[in-house]
Design a protein around this ligand. Sequence first.
Ligand code: C2E
Ligand code: CA
Ligand code: CA
Length: 359
Amino acid sequence: EHNSYLLSNDDDKYFSYIFKFGTGFYKVNYYKDLFIKNIHNSLTRFKVYNDHENPRLDLFRTDKIIDHLNIIISSGINKINLLVLTLFNIIISFCIIIKIHHLLSNYFSIDNSMSRLINKGVRNNEFIPYYQNIYSFSTKKFIGAEVLCRWNHKGEILTPNYFIRKLESSDNINIVTFRLIEQAFKDLNCSNNQDYLLSFNFTVAMILDCLFVDKVINFIETTPNVKNHIIIELTESDNRFKQLDDIRKVMLKLKKHGVLLSIDDFGTGYSNLLTIQELPFDVMKIDRAFVSSEYAVSNSNMLDMMVKLGNSMNLLIVVEGVETEDELNRIKDLGVDFCQGFYYSKPSNSEIFKKSLSC
Ligand code: C2E
Ligand code: CA
Ligand code: CA
């Protein structure tokens, strides 16, 4: 029934003045010592608490300590305010849930529309080959090129990081890869360079797809100048490498038809020494992480060790991602056979590639 109180504390150290203000009650503790010394006007604590002893003060406890001040103020919230606050929280939470739901459904519809765009792109032949030359240290010229997929989407040339995982997750990758092989050998045929090699990226799933492998073999056997000019790269980071026996059988079959096999991104993936020992690879492509100064590992002697390992297994060794003269100097005397990177050649389209072959 009171709007204000003045209370004296038992130990007589301070007295409190409680008063109603707005929707809450405030309590000011006056420390007698400080009061007498005239050090007042400063706060020690801000307190909101549930005072069960006084039903009128339906307050909730929280402490906010303001240590450098010397007065305590207790304040609180009544039931109506609490209700309003709870309602407000419910509305805000509801809005957040709706927003998250909206974002998630947007994400999945983008994913779906990406699939639709890719399907359309495959139908319209929008996936095209780009070529990056591979330099030989012994002959001091380009001995071949890696064929890298690009998506010519509405006139914009997109690199694989935009689409390759999506493409690889469906049969589209087989269709696209086969077209890249056909197109690349057509482009190569305009030159009279008989020794040139073309290298293609395959996934382990593609290697394990008998129908697809037979189709590639049929192409090799029926098209002039393909046999002994084709390299298939399997990326080491593909965790399906576990099916060693099945992969080995297909690799041996491909080798009979003049295919060279290369382990891509060596040093980055799941494979262990057993994998390269068990599988009949011809080429080891060492990942750019081991040569590029961007990566800490390039300073270690891992590269040297990998080259020695490759040499001891009679593998041809390609170092990828050489961009600068410094990086080139680092690998020159290691016993590497080939080098692929922006320093020698950037991936280029069919026209530029054909010109470089002097077609
Ligand atoms: P990858 O097989 O390791 O191909 C080499 C990648 O390194 C290419 O990127 C190439 O442009 C890039 N590169 C080459 N030299 C340098 C260099 O000096 N510095 C730097 N920073 N990068 C360099 P790209 O063309 O974007 O391809 C990325 C990946 O996409 C490829 O890596 C490969 O895993 C995949 N990919 C490309 N084409 C195909 C394809 O036809 N089929 C499949 N399944 N995967 C493909
Ligand atoms: Ca590759
Ligand atoms: Ca690679």
